[in-house]
Design a protein. Sequence first.
Lengths: 410, 575
Amino acid sequence: MVKEVEFLKGPELKNIEDYDFPGLHWALSLGPDKLIKEISEARLLGRGGAGFPTGTKWDLARQQKGDRKYFICNADEGEPGTYKDRYLMEQRPLKVLEGIIIGAYAVEANHGFIYIRGEYSRPIKIMKNIIEEAREAGVLGENIFDSGFDFNLRLVRGAGAYVCGDETALINSIEGKRGISRIKPPYPIQKGLFDQPTVVNNVESLACAAEILNKGAGEFASYGTENSRGTKLISLSGDVNYADIFEVEFGSCTLREIIEDLAGGVKGGREPKFVVPGGLSTAALTAEELDCKYSYEGIEEAGSSLGSGAIIVCRESRDLVDILLKVSRFYMDETCGTCFPCREGNRQINHMLTQHRNRTFSREEVELVEDIGEAIASAARCGLGQTSLSLISSIFDKFPHELIEEGVRT
Amino acid sequence: MIKLTIDNKEVEVEPGTTLLEAAEKIHINIPTLCYEEDLSIFGGCRLCVVETDSSDLLQPACATEAEEGMGVKTHSPRVREVRQTLFELIIASHDITCELNCLTCQRKKSCELREVAEDINISRMRLEPIYQGREKDYSSYSVAREPNKCITCDRCIRKCREVQDVGIFANSARGPETTVTTFQDKGLGNVECTNCGQCVISCPTGALHEVYHMDEVWNAIYDDSKHVIVQTAPAVRVAIAEPFGAEPGTVATGQMVEALRRLGFDGVFDTNFTADLTIMEEGTEVVERIKNNENLPVLTSCSPGWIKFIEHFYPEHLDNLSTAKSPQQMFGALARSYYAETVGVDPEDLVVVSIMPCTAKKFEARRPEMDGDVDYVLTTREAATMIKAAGIDICQLEEAEYDQLMGVSTGAGDIFAASGGVMEAALRSAYNLITGEELEELDIEPVRGLQGLKKAEVPVNSDLTLKVGVAHGLGNARKMMEMIKDGEEFHFVEFMACPGGCIGGGGQPISPYLSRKEVLERRRKGVYQIDSGKKLRRSHENPMVQKLYEDYLGQPGSHKAHKLLHTEYTPRDIH
């Protein structure tokens, strides 16, 4: 039986009087250099979906010169199926705050934002409160804990665009501009919010950073595999008996074990039809492909991606065409509309699926999905766009006998 | 320097060079749609994607900087395949239906989609066009929008914002609904659009174009009861042969006159004549105002895009504008008075047509204070289309002469076409007005050329050195106005709304094959070539202008001249 671990999870921690920010104290005593070294040695990878090493990001940002530096916590948790950042903000908001201040201190940013998706009214309320209380308690503001470090944090509420989860679109949104991605380079680290060096980190990454400082890089590194250190919060949803947030050690179990042991198995007790392992932008895995280890490399080997850690389970009785239609509708509505492959590609796929009357698709139609999939994956302007057809393409790929005329791949 | 390999060819470039620029250096053409020189990088169309050995993803050549040792493939099988699919997607979003509306589109010869189709050798079209069902915008007298043809490359947005510094366009809605529109969807005629038409020049498709007057002009020509005369602006002659295959800058004055006569106009006249007249009126006004130190600096008033700009953005400076009408409107006023009386035509039966390099002239002709003087305004593009539709190839024609009464001009009138030209023409005559002597060196180089802001000091006599400024493109106009507001002193400043002046006007032919800079440079050379070839190069030497004053107007600035040739301006809001 797979067991949960508790590195990030824990009892509700919302009262600022109950918490003395040990990680932050430790970070302030280390100084930015050693602090970044600590995070780098822990080999923490960004938990938002792209998996960029957090220590490297901070190190690069620290070296940047600018009039001002900004530190942004990305809490625009929009990847369908993902709700682990909500959990952290609702249950462990002080850890999130601690992570933000540690990160800002590491890169020497005196101004920060937490950008929370608009639909998250409860986390917004909680974080707003916490920020106010932290200001009064001297955890935010000037000369934090007599360290000489000043940091101001503001909360910005998103307006409902999925694409604002992309860091450059998020930056545009804070600036009051349209939520569309920016061309990289320049990267936000070089020229981000208001053209100043800017670091954007996911909520879970920052909570991890806080715990690494609290508990030591050693404990963090004792979890996981060579390439996937630590633990991961998994948002389980779909046709399982217990949909919830679970924390697992990387590499300690397989996808199948997570579904069966932690989530209580598939509803109705059968094998799943397929599982989406990392949020709606990742390729589906069939029931036969679930014995891969739950780690960045394990899921990659199985042909998908760990993404944001959202596992969506679909049982056998689900209608594939209906799923395709719903997924494509999401991406059509949520493409920002800037680059042609993502905008027109997702529209065309949705158009094709909407017009579709048969149970199966013709070879020509499937070829079109493949070609548009290739154009989007290799030429879209931002990461969100590039992965927008991953799931749909993979469903066509894995269920040819159900979806394609004569059941033959072209 | 950075060395990289593009399509097995080594190339050395400066750091910061994009792959698109590096490829161009070794004459590899990479297709683009949303890219335009002088505009910020948008990276939306993705047609320029290339394969590099540093990424699994394809990289947009317009937005990717060359790196040392980089290997780039611009036309690999993968790239070509993706480009085909991208193009299919773009075309499906563009309004091409079974009605074959390419054939009725005025951009059929200069459409960049067609150019790309050729460049990538498109061989398939599997997608049904998605009709967007958006309404056309005909709210403006000058510029029309057909949003169903818009591919949202945002070049108009960037041109208006970055080059013209006006910014009437923006994106609205999101996803596939993303559209280009004006503030609150009010339409081009109801926002602070200056009508300059630079967006039309930037548009790769037929989504933006002038409000056509061709049908009205055909009808007038066919109507025997009408006496239809036409005037041609200075910048038209160096561009009108382009749609017939000639190089930009080809001087086709005589051929154009012949073509217009064949088209059926009853009189073919030259706006350059009234350009000379403008110098007489404006020059007199400038000298008077300098003498009286009244509302200095004097700002020129020939460019209707600039006029609308100052009315919107600097209404507190309207008193600085010269009150002289533009050459087009002077012509219109004189046609209905001087010309009609001289040749004995009932002004009711007279139809006055202009051929202008300009879209804003269409608006100017409808300004209430002058409405009815000029009936129809054709852009250079529309005029060429009509000439073609009459079966005439302008390049094959013999040269003909303008009709005399309002068809004679000096070189000073010709150079009105280019940035700095009005200033140079004015200086050539102002010198005479103040000193009574002739300026010997007529080529006033500091005010010539394509640099955005120009300044010069021209010593006139021991008491007076004229300080003049020139700005072209509204972005530069704004800079110049800010300089003036900050206290920089000038006597006289020339403004033209379009980059390069009228030669770069929003109504000029669109050449998809040459860079914008190259087109402007060639037309500019054509203009100065005409001037330098003329015997008479000072407006006050124009014998027909002299005759006009003798027979009809009296003196420059006379009461009658004021009534016919001067106007007033309207302060406008910013939305």
